[in-house]
Design a binder for this molecule. Structure first.
Ligand code: NAD
Ligand code: UDX
Length: 386
């Protein structure tokens, strides 16, 4: 492999990366990229490894020896510090990060996103190791614009809704709205990391992903996850499409999101990994401001794309409305609109997303169809016990 150059034209030295949560959606794509395109070594930590199994065996793979899986729950495992010490860089992806959990399992959510991340920050700080920590766009909460009167012309002014790392406030709902337990825990760990940087000289980068989506995201209920489980929207809608059920629009599907293709976003993370001088001390929004839709529009687009990739006809009523209380339970609330400002990541790393929403849905739904259609048909054909 020819020597890789950083953005300033210097050769990049191979490094060892301790990746916590490597078995998840983002982790699996990041491991894949690091193995296929770089000489770096990965210590992959997670409680599961199904999504990276293909990278771990057999021994004949070209990257054999560069990726090592450690089945570790970071809540209680004394091996964590040793692994952080062995690495040049730690990337922490571990978290409970599905909205269905925020209001129904708020304690687990807060522990996972704040308490369990504390030792990771401490070990990096004490051992002078670099940390890339995964936060979330949810730390912005609701937009300022959402508090303006419905007919206010200011709602159209980007100053009231575009989310900027260094100037936007974090606006959450009341404490009974337990949805915000996740965002609040993520905000506090960001503040702690920032303080470690300021007071102890920790070299850190904080990533705020804006709805990264693609293959291997979450699970399909009843196939590779619990039947009653509620994953994030991509997997919920994929599941409905595969089962030929109407897509459920929570509270009318009026919330807006910008979706970025996982493969574009992973390019941004690789730039952070390999350009520490440009990434350290920064918080980066990583999203695609050009891919904004309401959840209702997302449902319509996914229905059209799925019809194309599966060859199956569309349902007469492709979606239905459900209340958030019915779908998520008490204490749910929502972010109204999420457009990332891209100035900082553009200036520091020259990164831009490339893939349109239609194209990313086409490749993702082709994957979903190939991976799950057969298994779903079989499971639906099984007689149910009476
Ligand atoms: N996907 C997105 O669009 C998105 C958006 C915003 C923030 N994020 C953040 O990015 C990170 C990764 O997200 P993802 O989408 O890959 O989620 P994911 O759930 O697929 O991955 C998280 C992984 O962490 C592991 N994990 C959790 N607790 C652990 C523990 N105690 N010990 C060991 N492993 C543990 C899980 O088993 C899982 O494999 C999270 O911190 C999440 O909050 C993701
Ligand atoms: O079946 C569904 C699922 C979800 N939705 C809606 O779709 C929107 C997006 O829902 P997602 O499950 O993808 O999650 P959100 O975008 O709200 O939050 C996510 O954002 C960033 C990360 O930190 C987390 O991955 C997650 O919190 C929400 O408005 C939700 O109410 C539906 O209308 N129907």
């Amino acid at each position: 492999m020819a020597a890789r150059m950083d953005l300033d034209g210097r050769p990049i030295k191979p490094m060892t990366i301790c990746m916590i949560g490597a078995g998840g959606f983002i982790g699996s794509h990041l491991c894949e990229k690091l193995m296929a395109e770089t000489p770096h070594k990965v210590l992959a930590l997670d409680v599961y490894n199904d999504k990276i199994k293909r990278l771990l065996e057999p021994d004949s793979l070209p990257w054999a020896g560069r990726i090592e899986f450690h089945r570790i729950n970071i809540k209680h495992d004394s091996r964590l510090e040793g692994l952080v010490k062995m690495a040049d860089l730690t990337i922490n992806l571990a978290a409970i990060c599905t909205p269905a959990d925020y209001n129904t399992r708020p304690l687990d959510t807060i522990y996972s996103n704040f308490i369990d991340a504390l030792p990771v920050v401490k070990y990096c700080s004490e051992n002078s190791k670099r940390l890339i920590h995964f936060s979330t766009c949810e730390v912005y909460g609701k937009t300022i614009g959402s508090f303006l009167p419905k007919d206010s012309p200011l709602r159209k002014d980007p100053a009231y809704y575009v989310l900027k790392e260094d100037t936007s406030p974090c606006i959450f709902g009341s404490i009974e709205k337990q949805r915000w337990s996740y965002a609040c825990a993520k905000q506090l760990i960001e503040r702690l990391i920032y303080a470690e940087g300021a007071e102890s000289g920790l070299d850190f980068t904080i990533v705020r992903p804006f709805n990264w989506i693609g293959p291997r995201m979450d699970f399909i209920p009843g196939i590779d996850g619990p039947s009653e489980g509620v994953p994030r929207v991509l997997a919920c809608f994929s599941n409905n499409l595969l089962r030929r059920e109407p897509l459920k629009l929570v509270d009318g599907g009026q919330s807006q999101r910008t979706f970025v293709y996982i493969k574009d976003a992973i390019e941004a993370v690789l730039l952070m990994i390999e350009n520490p001088d440009r990434a350290n001390g920064h918080i980066f929004n990583v999203g695609n401001p050009n891919n904004e839709v309401t959840v209702r529009q997302l449902a319509e687009m996914m229905t059209q794309v799925y019809t194309k990739v599966s060859g199956e006809p569309m349902l007469q009523s492709p979606s239905i409305d459900v209340s958030s209380k019915e779908f998520y339970g008490e204490g749910y609330d929502d972010s109204d609109k999420r457009i990332p400002d891209m100035t900082i990541i553009n200036k520091q790393l020259g990164w831009n997303p490339k893939t349109s929403l239609w194209d990313l849905l086409e490749s993702t739904l082709t994957y979903q169809y190939r991976t799950y259609a057969e298994a779903i048909k079989k499971s639906m054909a099984k007689p149910t016990a009476s």
